[in-house]
Design a protein around this ligand. Structure first.
Ligand code: NAD
Ligand code: SAH
Length: 417
């Protein structure tokens, strides 16, 4: 574990068990691993990863390592790092800079330590690593070929940097592949957000008024699963088209100022800031529960909530109670950070299998095409999406039809007759 900064190396056996369990549920990555390892695709390359450091991520890190890379890993959220998994990786020849519940200063210091290794390739989740490379750590770009970004907000940040002409290397928007957002953002978040909420609160969902802020890919999943659990689902949006989708999916759409008065449980999944803030806190019902499945800890204005509360206490592990000046007490899960990762294990292995198969292939793509890639944001070619989808179907023993030559000609050559 040369150079790693982790909590406790003796936790490694527990982390190894977690990694072994997810590996057995990640057949796509197992298959891709074989190809990458046989070819030693990443031999001589240093890969720096900043992403939720739990078991599925750890399996991806070992795949890259076994395919020849020197792998350096840090977290992408102070609360999602699992110390036993970090310890396991540190015993596997991977350099780890991550501890659960680190301070903001430690979080940034870990990112900087990782960048000291001068990556050829980066894997980012949310854009914090990339932001450093574009600002204070331009020195760490000395060998950089490019990288990949996992999530919607990170891709939004990349596109803004590109627009402002401050992006300095090619980045692949893995989030924008169909096999990523259709499954990870929708079904992954749809399940794991409820996993986090139910584990943390141990309360029933049926019959509750659940307010889902944002009806994008994550919001659709969270709302769909809330309905399945028997909740009355309300949706808030700023986009008129998404709002119509929510109405046609059978949900009540209303502004947050009204929803605040009605909700028992709120989930923000917008990628936006202050979606629930001082405009809404006084309207919340006694006992309302707030949590975030979107980005960082900004969707609920935690600073204002902390400053205005007349009393605060821990109600239960990962649940903070805030008594407001009007005497009502509301609860926030996981400090307003991603409830599925800060209070549970994130998306299930079968979902991260799709996302991380794409990540491995995206890193291979950057490595192979480095000389041709320009400084901009790329989406992976559709053939890579299709390859991942076909391996997934095979792994589920699910078979689909193929076009006959007559059907193919009918669909694609009609204009030529
Ligand atoms: P998306 O762009 O598909 O959806 C976001 C939606 O929020 C949009 O429809 C937008 O109109 C709406 N919105 C924006 N500001 C709003 C506001 N103030 N009030 C109400 N609605 C608002 O994005 P997505 O893929 O659903 O991702 C949402 C967030 O979740 C991002 O930050 C993303 O990085 C994150 N994410 C988290 C997980 C997880 O594991 N928890 C998984 C994937 C993505
Ligand atoms: N770092 C930011 C960015 C949001 S993370 C933050 O913490 O707020 C959202 C991403 O987490 C998603 O795109 C999803 O692919 C990823 N994710 C979800 N479950 C995960 C898991 N079990 N392991 C690793 N990453 C996961």
């Amino acid at each position: 574990m040369m150079g790693s900064q982790i909590r406790d190396i003796s936790l490694a056996p527990s982390g190894k068990k977690k990694i072994k369990w997810v590996e057995s549920h990640m057949p796509i990555l197992q298959k891709i691993r074989k190809d990458l390892v046989d070819a030693q695709t990443f031999a001589g390359k240093t890969v720096v990863m900043s992403i939720h450091l739990e078991a599925k991520t750890a399996y991806l890190a070992t795949v890259l390592h076994d395919a020849g890379a020197e792998v350096i890993i840090t977290g992408s959220n102070p609360l999602s790092t699992q110390d036993d998994v970090a310890a396991a990786l540190a015993t596997e020849g991977i350099t780890v800079y991550a501890t659960h519940a680190c301070t903001d200063e430690e979080y940034t210091a870990y990112l900087n330590c990782a960048l000291d290794h001068l990556p050829h390739l980066i894997l980012d989740d949310g854009g914090d690593l990339t932001a450093l490379l574009l600002t204070t750590r331009q020195d760490a770009r000395a060998r950089l070929l490019g990288g990949t970004e996992e999530t919607t907000t990170g891709v939004n940040r990349l596109r803004n940097w590109d627009k402002e002409k401050s992006l300095a290397f090619p980045m692949i928007a893995v989030n924008d592949s169909l096999c990523k957002y259709l499954f990870d953002n929708r079904y992954g978040t749809g399940q794991s957000v409820w996993d986090g909420i139910v584990r943390t609160t141990n309360l029933v969902v049926a019959g509750k008024n659940v307010v889902v802020a944002g009806y994008g890919w994550c919001g659709k999943g969270v709302a769909m699963r809330a309905k399945g659990l028997g909740a009355h689902v309300f949706v808030t949006e700023i986009d008129p088209i998404k709002a119509i989708e929510a109405v046609f999916d059978g949900f009540t759409v209303l502004p947050m100022e009204e929803a605040a008065r009605q909700g028992d449980l709120f989930v923000t999944v917008t990628g936006c800031k202050h979606v629930i803030d001082a405009r809404h806190f006084p309207s919340l019902k006694e006992g309302a529960i707030l949590c975030n499945g979107g980005h960082f800890d900004v969707e609920i204005d935690m600073q204002t909530l902390r400053e205005t509360a007349v009393h605060t206490e821990t109600a239960r592990a990962n649940i903070q109670a805030y008594t407001l000046p009007n005497g009502r007490t509301v609860y926030v899960l996981a400090e307003g950070r991603l409830v599925n990762l800060a209070a549970a294990d994130g998306h299930p292995a079968e979902v991260m299998d799709l996302s991380f198969a794409l990540q491995a292939l995206a890193l291979e793509y950057v490595q192979k095409h480095a000389e041709l890639l320009e400084t901009r944001v790329y989406v992976l070619p559709p053939q890579i999406d299709e390859r991942v989808a076909r391996i997934k179907l095979d792994s589920m023993d699910c078979h689909i039809d193929a076009l006959t030559s007559e059907q193919y000609a009918y669909l694609y050559h009609r204009g030529e007759v």
